[in-house]
Design a protein around this ligand. Structure first.
Ligand code: 5AD
Ligand code: SF4
Length: 438
C-alpha cells in the first residue's frame, strides 16, 4: 500500500498567522497530505513566521537551522518558509545567502499560490522564491483545516493602515482590505452547519472594518442573527475606532461575548503621541468606563509596550497608574523591540535594556496582582463554559473558557468536549480558574 505524504506546519506569531496556517493545512489536505507532529518526519515542513518582535526572528532562524540536517539526510524533504518575515527584503537576502537549501519561500499575499508552488518544486526540483510586494484581491473559498470542530476563526479584514511607529505589520500585511459582509455571513452559516458554536472575528484592527454599507457594529448585528452560532468574539480592536455603535452592539447582541481585547500600549500621553496611536489616556479611560457601564461584567485585556524610545520613569509611572486604574483581567506585556524600517527604530532616545527589564518586572507584578484579584472575585459564580478538551496542566481534568474568555479547569466526562456546560468557580489563580461541574 502506498503511504500518505505528510506535512508539518510550525506557526509563530498571532492569530492571523494561525488562520493562514489553517489555510495551508486545508490546501495540503486537499492534495492528499496528512499532518504529522514532528517536522523531521514530514515530507513537507512549513515555517509560518512572525516579525513583530526580534525574538520571533531569532527563533525562526534557529528552527530553520534544525531542519538543515534533515534536508542533508533526505534531499526529497521539502522545506517551505512563509509569513510576515518573508515580506522583508533583508530576510530574503539572508535566506539566499545562508539557507539556499530552502525549497519554497512565499509571502503573506500569495498563500493561495502554495499548491502550485509545491507542485512545481516537486516536479522540477527547483527552488522558488515568490514573494509579492503588495496584496492582490481577497481570495474567497480557500479550504481550511481547523484545529477545533466547535470553534473557528473568521477573517473579516486584512492589513492595517495605522502605522503605529513601533510596528512592522503595515509593512508586512499591507493596507486594510475588508471582506464583503455577505461572504462573512455565508462563512458563518457554513461553520454553524458544520457544528461550530463560537466564532472569533479576526483582523489587525477589526473595528475599522469597512464592508461598504456595513460597518463593524453592523456586521456584529448580522452575525448575531446566524442560527447555531452561540458566541461571537473579535480581535484586535483599536481604541481610536471604538464607536458608540459598537458599545450599543454589546447591549443588543446576546451572542457577543462580554470580553474585549483593547490594546493601550502606554498610559503616557507623550508616549502615545510618539507611538502615533491617535488617542490619549483620558479617551482610553473614557472608553473603558462606557464599556463597563454598558456591560458591567465585561472582562478587559490589553497589550502594553515597555521601554518605547524616550519613555521616562514618569511616563512609565503613567502606564502603571493606568493599569492600576483599569485593573485588567489580563495583559500581554512586551519589551519594546526595534523593528528595522519602522520610524521608532530611528529614534535616538532608545532605552537601555536594563531599564526596560526593570520596568517590565514592575509592570508584570502590577498586571498579575490585578489578574489574580479579578479571578479570586469570581469564586462562587456560576459560569457557562465552552469545553475545549483535556486541561494542559492536568490531563485528568477538562478545560474550557467562560464568556469572558477566562480559562477554567474542572473535572468532568470527555463527552462534554465541544459543548457548553455550567460550572461553579471554586478557585481563582493568576492565569486561570478552577471550577466544579454543576
Ligand atoms: N516591540 C514590542 N512590542 C510590539 N508590538 C508590536 N510591535 C512591537 C515592537 N516593535 C506589540 C504591541 C501589539 C502586539 C501584537 O505586539 O503591543 O499590540
Ligand atoms: Fe501594528 Fe498599530 Fe496596526 Fe496594531 S494598529 S497592527 S500595533 S500598526
Amino acid at each position: 500500500m502506498k503511504e500518505d505524504k505528510t506535512f508539518n506546519i510550525r506557526t509563530m506569531g498571532c492569530q492571523m498567522n494561525e488562520r493562514d496556517s489553517e489555510t495551508l493545512a486545508g490546501m495540503l489536505t486537499e492534495l492528499g497530505y496528512v499532518h504529522v507532529d514532528d517536522p523531521k518526519k514530514a515530507d513537507v515542513a512549513i515555517i509560518n513566521t512572525c516579525s513583530v518582535r526580534d525574538n520571533a526572528d531569532k527563533r525562526f532562524f534557529g528552527t530553520l537551522g534544525q531542519l538543515k540536517k534533515v534536508k542533508e539526510q533526505r534531499p526529497g524533504f521539502i522545506v517551505c518558509v512563509c509569513g510576515c518575515m518573508m515580506q522583508q527584503q533583508t530576510v530574503i537576502d539572508e535566506l539566499k545567502a545562508k539557507y539556499p537549501w530552502v525549497d519554497i519561500v512565499f509571502g503573506t499575499y500569495n498563500i493561495h499560490e502554495f499548491p502550485a508552488l509545491l507542485q512545481k518544486v516537486s516536479l522540477e526540483k527547483e527552488k522558488i522564491i515568490d514573494v509579492w510586494d503588495s496584496p492582490g484581491g481577497i481570495i474567497e473559498g480557500l479550504p481550511h483545516e481547523r484545529r477545533y470542530s466547535f470553534k473557528a476563526f473568521v477573517n473579516i479584514m486584512y492589513g492595517c493602515n495605522n502605522f503605529c511607529t513601533y510596528c512592522i505589520v503595515p509593512y508586512t500585511r499591507g493596507r486594510e482590505r475588508s471582506r464583503r459582509p455577505q461572504d462573512i455571513i455565508a462563512e458563518a452559516r457554513r461553520l454553524a452547519a458544520d457544528g461550530v458554536k463560537e466564532i472569533t472575528l479576526l483582523g489587525q484592527n477589526v473595528n475599522s472594518y469597512d464592508g461598504g454599507e456595513c460597518d463593524f457594529a453592523g456586521l456584529l448585528y448580522m452575525l448575531n442573527g446566524v442560527p447555531g452560532i452561540e458566541r461571537i468574539r473579535f480581535m484586535t480592536s483599536h481604541p481610536k475606532d471604538l464607536s458608540e455603535r459598537l458599545i450599543q452592539a454589546y447591549r443588543d447582541c446576546g451572542k457577543l461575548c462580554h470580553n474585549i481585547h483593547l490594546p493601550v500600549q502606554s498610559g503616557s500621553n507623550a508616549v502615545l503621541r510618539r507611538m502615533n496611536r491617535h488617542y490619549d489616556r483620558e479617551k482610553y479611560l473614557g472608553i473603558v468606563r462606557k464599556l463597563r457601564d454598558a456591560v458591567p461584567d465585561i472582562t478587559i485585556s490589553t497589550d502594553i509596550i515597555v521601554g518605547f524610545p524616550g519613555e521616562t520613569e514618569r511616563d512609565f509611572q503613567d502606564t502603571l497608574d493606568l493599569v492600576n486604574e483599569v485593573k485588567y483581567d489580563s495583559a500581554f506585556t512586551f519589551l519594546y523591540s526595534k523593528r528595522p524600517g519602522t520610524p521608532a527604530a530611528e529614534y535616538e532616545d532608545q532605552i537601555e535594556e536594563s531599564v526596560k527589564h526593570e520596568r517590565f518586572g514592575r509592570l508584570v507584578d502590577a498586571v498579575n496582582t490585578h489578574a489574580a484579584e479579578k479571578n479570586a472575585a469570581m469564586i462562587g459564580r456560576r459560569e457557562r463554559i465552552l469545553v475545549e478538551g483535556p486541561s494542559r496542566h492536568n490531563k485528568e481534568t477538562l478545560t474550557g473558557r467562560t464568556d469572558g474568555f477566562k480559562v477554567v479547569d474542572f473535572a468532568g466526562p470527555d463527552t462534554l468536549i465541544g459543548g457548553f456546560c455550567d460550572v461553579e468557580i471554586t478557585e481563582g489563580k493568576t492565569f486561570s480558574l478552577k471550577g466544579k461541574l454543576l
